[in-house]
Design a protein around this ligand. Structure first.
Ligand code: GDP
Length: 444
């Protein structure tokens, strides 16, 4: 596998002198790696070019915030720019027009159009409580109409009865009429596909469009076809006009570059992602997640972001000072636990780090989860201020009272005190070796 972008950037920045602001040459060096990462993620070349130019404009001269390394700072800028280019969150299907709302599905054969039609219908029906009618307008492939009918039957979605000999526009007309008469909220029109884009297909799409006047025209595209998918999106948008994109087979695409290219080239939002063959394997599009995937680094950017937000630089400096003096009392421990909770708890932090699946399991086995953190905070809260400052004051009777106050066994109080002693020891050493807590999130 490729090194993650953040690893590569760290390598570059290690060689550079540490400075307060990112210089042009720092940024150029970093962007060379960014360019490579994007190309490896299958992002179209001209999109890569315009993307790196935009990042460069924003990055040169930016002050590196205290709690992150320059490499992390660049990763964050790249990530932010990716998110911006990928478009905003929650671009759901727009049903804001009188019912029945026509939704036209377009795309090449095999892109996952019929499957996605059923997935979206199921979602609208179960989640949004809409009454949905599906109709297949694919009169070329003999089994196509039957395929949609079966999907409808399996998932409890009504389909327009099949009438032999009708053409696509006739079916579209009949579907809209049935939608009106039957009191449907949404009518989904699954159009015919082809192996390649060709003129008759485009003409057919334009005719259907005229008849049905769809409120949404969703292009279904296979993310695994990369550059081809981008060209397909461009053609469909130019000839038919699309309102959004459904990207399929994202479950098999670890790179996510197609999403960025499609969005950049068409300017149309990616609305949903197909992540499997089953009818419920449909996800909303989260630019943050896709950006993280493109950068190949778990979600370290969110960790950097959250750390920067929550860790008050002054507090960290103060704690570091205390550590150097060898003081780390239960107040400090509580503060640390609180900070962790802000970062989304243990599981939140773990979930943000790359490659943590295994570690997470180990932690679960060790019972190190959020409920334990909450318990620990409760125990500390049950102590007096003096006891927190000087845990040596805690005698057996007090421990019993504290345990009762926190709703735990005395053994848990002892466990916490032991953990605190170990941490205090460790941090004392760390405080002497480095800059103390400031280094905890400092990374590179
Ligand atoms: P159409 O010709 O565009 O209508 O394509 P289909 O809907 O018939 O899908 C073609 C194949 O791709 C079928 O075997 C689907 O199960 C599969 N498929 C569709 N969407 C996805 C997806 O998001 N992930 C995976 N893994 N398979 C998918």
């Amino acid at each position: 596998m490729f090194d993650s972008l953040s690893d590569r950037l760290s390598g570059i920045f290690d060689k550079l002198s540490k400075r307060g602001a990112l210089s042009e040459s720092d940024v150029n060096a970093a962007l060379r790696e960014v360019r490579r990462a994007l190309i490896e993620a299958d992002v179209a070349l001209d999109v890569v070019r315009s993307f790196t130019e935009q990042v460069k404009e924003k990055a040169v001269g930016v002050e590196v915030i205290k709690s992150v390394s320059p490499a992390q700072m660049v990763v964050k800028l790249v990530h932010d720019q990716l998110v911006e280019m990928l478009g905003s969150e929650g671009q759901v299907i727009d049903l804001n027009t009188p019912a029945p709302v026509p939704i036209m599905m377009v795309g090449l054969q095999g892109s996952g159009k019929t499957t996605s039609t059923a997935k979206i219908a199921l979602r609208l029906q179960t989640r949004d409580k809409k009454k949905v009618l599906m109709a297949s307008l694919d009169t070329r492939r003999p089994a196509a109409q039957e395929q949609l009918r079966v999907l409808g039957e399996q998932n409890g979605i009504e389909t327009l009865p099949i009438v032999e000999g009708e053409g696509p526009t006739q079916i579209a007309n009949r579907a809209m009429n049935a939608g009106r008469l039957g009191g449907f909220d949404v009518v989904m029109l699954d159009t015919a596909g082809r192996i390649h884009i060709d003129e008759p297909l485009m003409v057919e799409m334009a005719e259907v469009r005229k008849v049905a006047n769809p409120h949404e025209i969703l292009l279904v595209a296979d993310s695994l076809t990369g550059q081809d998918a981008v060209n397909v999106a461009k053609s469909f948008d130019e000839r038919v006009g699309i309102t959004g994109i459904v990207l399929t087979r994202v479950d098999g695409d670890g790179r996510g570059g197609a999403a960025l290219s499609m969005r950049a080239v068409t300017g149309k939002p990616i609305k949903l992602l197909g992540v499997g063959e089953k009818a419920d394997a449909l996800e909303e599009f989260h630019p943050e997640r896709v950006a993280g995937r493109i950068l190949g680094m778990g979600d370290i950017v969110s960790l950097v972001e959250k750390a920067a937000e929550t860790i008050d630089a002054e507090k960290a400096a103060l704690a570091a000072e205390k550590l150097r003096k060898g003081k780390f009392d239960l107040e400090d421990l509580k503060e640390q636990l609180g900070q962790m909770a802000k970062l989304g708890g243990m599981s939140g932090i773990m979930g943000l780090m790359p490659g943590v699946g295994k570690m997470k399991k180990q932690m679960a086995a060790a019972n190190l989860d959020d409920s334990i953190v909450n318990k620990q905070v409760a125990i500390i809260n049950s102590m007096t201020r003096q006891e927190r400052r000087n845990p040596a004051l805690l005698k057996a009777s007090r421990k019993k009272r504290i345990a009762a106050g926190a709703g735990v066994q005395v053994a848990e109080v002892n466990k916490l005190l032991k953990m605190h002693r170990q941490m205090a020891d460790m941090m004392k050493k760390m405080g002497k070796a480095k800059g103390g807590l400031g280094g905890l999130f400092g990374g590179g």
